[in-house]
Write a protein that binds this ligand. Structure first.
Ligand code: TXA
Ligand code: MG
Length: 320
């Protein structure tokens, strides 16, 4: 049954349509990389600015060689270790890749997802699939088909349902354009895992307001409800009339005053926390709360990706 749906989805892609599909990280909204008109529709539907390039998804390593000029040794080592999986590498692109895919950059972000539905969709489409996350620009990425339906619904030609995404945060992006590899976005493969294979990598300083990847603005992943990090307990007194939600890693320090509490992982497991993160933010965002308090998480392993998303999702300064 699922196979039939994937074949149908591949037909749509081949005809220039756009399809939302599951990956192990988050749901993507895909089109044929070599069909600029189909790719343009992705930008339109997401309301995504054209300066923000897409990731191209492949199903085998041989395809990568056709898409990029060369694969540096360290990039090869990483892809051999982590593909298929939540790793994206940025390399110099071949000329024939449409400019709309790369936002006019001479570089291309590529990854091989591990979700079986994503892999067979790419294979059956006979072309690499260009796909951003299947959410409106600036909002939290979808980790279920239902999330995609809520935001993009009938604007896409088909939504393939592959259940909840097991990783739950987007891929780690590593650029190989400079002498030293550079981490552009923390994600599903941890920095520690990457450095264990290729040694020290440079880290882009997103927090200082300079986006490391073109689309990674300091404020991103933002729900409608303000999220605040770096909480102070005195706020519970100051804002006692307010409806406050709590987003916490393990059991909360106190249950007082919170209208709703989302615990990311009762047993304190970072993988489980990452897998729950975006769905928990969406649930909180539906409750018409005055604001959401998010507790910080240790920045080790997947904690780095989780904190990166929380920082971008949070508001700076005070709430009213
Ligand atoms: O896990 C993922 O990576 C998911 C799934 C669907 O594969 N995709 C995803 O795509 O998160 P998107 O478009 O939401 O985020 C891709 C990020 C953007 O911040 C974009 O600016 C950056 O990758 N990017 C794409 N091409 C790039 C390039 N050539 N150089 C630097 N950054 C690039
Ligand atoms: Mg995105």
């Amino acid at each position: 049954m699922k196979e039939k749906e994937v074949l149908h989805a591949a037909e749509i892609i081949k005809k220039g349509g756009i399809v939302a599909f599951p990956t192990e990280t988050v749901y993507g909204l895909g089109a044929d990389t070599f069909n600029p008109i189909a790719v343009a529709r992705i930008f339109e539907v997401k309301k995504r600015p054209f300066f923000d390039p897409l990731i191209v998804h492949v199903a085998n390593s041989a395809d990568v060689e056709k898409l990029v000029k060369e694969i540096p040794l360290n990039a090869k080592k990483l892809t051999e270790r982590f593909w298929p999986g939540p790793l994206t590498v940025v390399l110099l692109k071949e000329e024939d890749i449409p400019d709309i895919v790369t936002a006019g950059l001479p570089t291309l972000a590529i990854r091989m997802p591990s979700h079986p539905m994503a892999l067979s969709l790419i294979r059956e489409s006979d072309s690499p699939i260009a796909a951003p996350s299947a959410n409106l620009f600036g909002y939290v990425s979808p980790t279920t088909a239902e999330h995609v339906r809520e935001q993009l619904g009938d604007q896409v030609d088909l939504i393939l349902d592959g259940g909840a995404c097991p990783v739950g945060v987007e891929s780690t992006i590593v650029s190989f354009l400079e002498e030293k590899p550079r981490l552009l976005r923390p994600g599903g493969v941890s920095l520690e895992e990457i450095e264990s294979i290729i040694g020290k990598v440079e880290i882009s300083q997103n927090e200082k307001g300079k986006p490391s990847a073109p689309g990674l603005l300091p404020s991103h992943y933002a729900p409608r409800t303000p999220i605040i990090l770096d909480w102070d307990d005195k706020y519970l007194v100051i804002y006692k009339e307010k409806n406050i939600g709590l987003l916490t890693f393990q059991e909360p320090r106190n249950h007082l005053k919170f209208h709703h509490i989302e615990v990311l992982s009762k047993k304190g497991d970072l993988r489980e926390a990452a897998a729950n993160l975006f769905a928990a933010i969406r649930r909180l965002d539906r409750l018409n709360l005055d604001f959401i308090l998010a507790e910080t998480i240790p920045e080790i392993g997947l904690g780095r990706a989780i904190m990166d998303r929380l920082r971008r999702a949070s508001i700076k300064g005070k709430i009213n």
